[in-house]
Ligand binder design. Structure first.
Ligand SMILES: O=C(O)COP(=O)(O)O
Ligand SMILES: [Mg+2]
Length: 222
């Protein structure tokens, strides 16, 4: 994609907002309540991207020194997730921050008439408070969350639903994200994808996932 896109999808965690600090707070409050040892922010950053239930399972597996399969099969997991949900609802929007250039880039895209969408694996109950805390909600035409459709990223279902409702063509759309999941989602939908290197890509360099372009900040969007 060299010309300006008419529909731009943005990943949330690691692309628009640095959310790891408050996810760390919620996770460690949960682990403390469950009598488990705390995790560090670098670990949290490697676990973000597949929704909060997946993140909690990884944190519990790490804290207990247990395989993820054992944690996923534990009948107590839903009760543990309920504890996390209570803490995350409280922490959401408290210690996250916008990455540099995000607001001005979104405002500039809107001014030239582009349609903007959030496409995140974060559940709606937490996505909306994060966007609200940073004054981003009014900038988006569509907000697709991890629980908006039966399947989340890397399935292209959410992306294709917005694309189809917009009446635009695939080649008029661009996905902007920070992880291999975002790149796989865009590829599955046949949409171009640009990536930021500063976010959360499961501890791997984003260039290894071969996006169409790596950009240093959203200021580079056409
Ligand atoms: O894993 C999450 O909860 C959200 O991650 P995403 O915004 O990068 O899709
Ligand atoms: Mg992300």
């Amino acid at each position: 994609m060299s010309q300006a896109a008419d529909l731009v999808f943005f990943d949330l965690d690691g692309t628009l907002v640095e959310t790891a600090p408050e996810i760390l707070d919620a996770t460690n409050a949960t682990l403390a309540e469950l009598g488990q040892r705390p995790v560090g922010q670098t670990q949290i950053e490697a676990w973000i991207g597949h929704g909060t239930q997946n993140l909690l399972a990884k944190a519990l597996a790490w804290a207990q020194g247990a395989p993820i399969e054992a944690v996923a099969a534990d009948p107590a997991l839903p009760a543990h997730y309920a504890v996390f949900q209570r803490h995350y609802a409280r922490c959401c929007g408290t210690r996250s921050r916008l990455y540099p250039g995000v607001r001005s880039a979104l405002e500039r895209l809107r001014q030239r008439g582009a349609r903007l969408a959030v496409l995140t694996n974060k559940e709606r109950a937490y996505t909306l408070p994060v966007l609200d805390a940073h004054g981003l909600t009014p900038l988006f035409d569509d907000i697709v969350c991890g629980d908006s459709h039966p399947r989340r990223k890397p399935d292209p279902m959410g992306l294709l639903a917005v694309l189809s409702a917009s009446g635009l063509e695939r080649k008029q759309a661009l996905m902007v994200g920070d992880s291999s999941t975002d790149i796989a989602t865009a590829r599955a939908a046949g949409v171009a994808v640009w990536a930021l290197p500063y976010g959360y890509n499961h501890g791997q360099p984003i260039a290894d996932s071969h996006p169409d372009r790596v950009i240093e900040s959203l200021a580079e969007l056409p």
